[in-house]
Design a protein around this ligand. Structure first.
Ligand code: UDP
Length: 341
C-alpha cells in the first residue's frame, strides 16, 4: 500500500511512518516542519520505500500530486499544543480548517480513503465523563483563545463526515486523547515531557492550577496500532472514534509520580492558569474517553500503563546526550544543566 501522511514529520506521524514501513508499505510524508522536525524522520530518509516533501498542506497542487500517488491518506498536519494555540490563534484556525479542506478536496477527486486526526479537545467543557463519540461537544466563549482549537477541529470533523455523506468520499475521524512517547518534545506545552525534563534538570515541576484536573495518557505505539487497524477496517468509514486510555490521573499525582520515578530533588510548584497561558484561561477539568466503540470494532485496548509510559519517556530523555544530567548534581549550581525547550 502507498500511504500519504500529512504531518508525517511530527511526533505521531513519524511513529506512524515507522509502522507502515515495518509492514512493508510505501510511505509519503508531507510536512512543513512548523511543529514537526527532520530529526523525527532522519532515520527514514535513506529508506527505499520512504519519500518526503517539505511543503505546506495548504499547497493544493502538491497535495493533489501526492494524493494521486497514494492509496490512502492520513491527515495529521495541524496546529498542536495548547500553548501554541493560545499564542497563535490565527495560525491555528487557518491551518486546521484550510488544511483539512485542501486534503479532503484533493482526496475526493480520486476517492482516496482519508483518516482525519481530531482531538479530545472537541469535548470542551462537557461533563458527560467518560466522553462518548455521540455525546455533546460543549464549547467555551469565542473570547477564550483555547476553544479556537476545539472549534476548528470540530469543523474538520463536520467536513470529513459531510464528504462521506454527500460525496461518498470514505473518511474516518479519530479523536486522540493525550498521546505520549519518544520524540514528543514538550515544546508546545505537553505535560509529560515537560515534567520529565524539569525533573531531570532539577528544576521545579510546574503544575498549572491546583493540579486537580485529570487526564488519561496513551502510549504512541497503542495509538499507531489503532490508526493502522482503523484504516484497514471497512466499517470505520463515516465514523468517529476516540483513541485513548481509561487510566485517569490528576496532574498533581502525575507530578508526584514523575518526582518519585526520576528520584529528583525538584519541588512541585503551582502556577496559576492566567500566568501559564492567558488571562481567563479555562482548562478541561476531566478528560476521560469511552473507548468501547473502537474496542468493539478492532479489539483496541491500550497495552502500556502510565508507569511504563513514564519509564519510557524518562529513559528517552536520559539517553538523549544533549539532555543528560545527574538530577542531584544539577541542584549544586545556580544554572540549570538542561535547557527546557
Ligand atoms: N500542565 C501543567 N504543567 C505544565 C504543562 C501542562 O500542569 O507544565 C497541565 C495542563 O494545564 C493540563 C494538563 O497538564 O491541565 C495537560 O496538558 P497538555 O498541554 O499536555 O495537554 P492538554 O490536555 O491540555 O491538551
Amino acid at each position: 500500500m502507498r500511504v500519504l501522511i500529512t504531518g508525517g514529520a511530527g511526533f505521531i506521524g513519524s511513529h506512524l511512518s515507522d509502522a507502515y514501513l515495518a509492514r512493508g508499505d510505501e510511505v509519503f510524508v508531507l510536512d512543513d516542519l512548523s511543529t514537526g522536525s527532520m530529526e523525527n524522520i532522519k532515520h527514514l530518509k535513506a529508506h527505499p520505500r520512504f519519500d518526503y516533501t517539505i511543503e505546506s498542506v495548504h499547497h493544493a497542487s502538491v497535495v493533489a500530486e501526492l494524493v494521486d500517488q497514494c492509496d490512502v491518506v492520513f491527515h495529521l498536519a495541524a496546529a498542536v499544543g495548547v500553548k501554541l494555540i493560545v499564542e497563535s490563534p490565527v495560525r491555528t484556525i487557518e491551518t486546521n480548517v484550510h488544511g483539512t479542506e485542501v486534503v479532503l478536496q484533493q482526496a475526493n477527486k480520486k476517492k482516496k480513503r482519508v483518516l482525519i486526526a481530531s482531538t479530545s479537545e472537541v469535548y470542551g467543557l462537557s461533563n458527560q465523563v467518560p466522553f462518548r463519540e455521540d455525546g455533546n461537544l460543549v464549547m467555551g466563549a469565542t473570547t477564550k483563545g483555547r476553544w479556537s482549537y476545539a472549534c476548528s477541529k470540530a469543523i474538520d470533523e463536520f467536513l470529513a463526515l459531510a464528504y462521506w455523506r454527500e460525496k461518498k468520499l470514505p473518511t474516518t475521524v479519530v479523536r486522540l486523547f493525550n498521546t505520549v512517547g519518544p520524540r514528543q518534545t514538550g515544546q508546545y506545552g505537553m505535560v509529560i515531557p515537560t515534567f520529565v525534563k524539569q525533573a531531570l534538570a532539577g528544576r521545579p515541576i510546574t503544575v498549572y492550577g491546583d493540579g486537580s484536573q485529570t487526564r488519561c495518557f496513551t502510549y504512541v505505539g497503542d495509538v499507531v496500532r489503532a490508526l493502522v487497524a482503523l484504516m484497514d477496517h471497512p466499517d470505520a468509514v463515516g465514523e468517529v472514534y476516540n483513541i485513548g486510555s481509561s487510566e485517569e490521573v490528576s496532574i498533581q499525582a502525575l507530578a508526584e509520580r514523575v518526582q518519585a520515578l526520576t528520584d529528583t530533588t525538584s519541588s512541585i510548584v503551582h502556577v496559576p492558569y492566567d500566568e501559564a497561558y492567558e488571562e481567563g484561561f479555562e482548562d478541561m477539568p476531566r478528560r476521560v474517553p469511552d473507548i468501547s466503540k473502537i474496542g468493539s470494532l478492532i479489539g483496541y485496548r491500550p497495552t502500556v500503563a502510565l508507569d511504563e509510559i513514564l519509564h519510557r519517556v524518562i529513559t528517552h530523555f536520559r539517553d538523549d546526550a544533549s539532555l543528560r544530567v545527574s538530577p542531584r548534581a544539577s541542584q549544586a549550581g545556580p544554572t540549570p544543566a538542561v535547557a527546557v525547550h
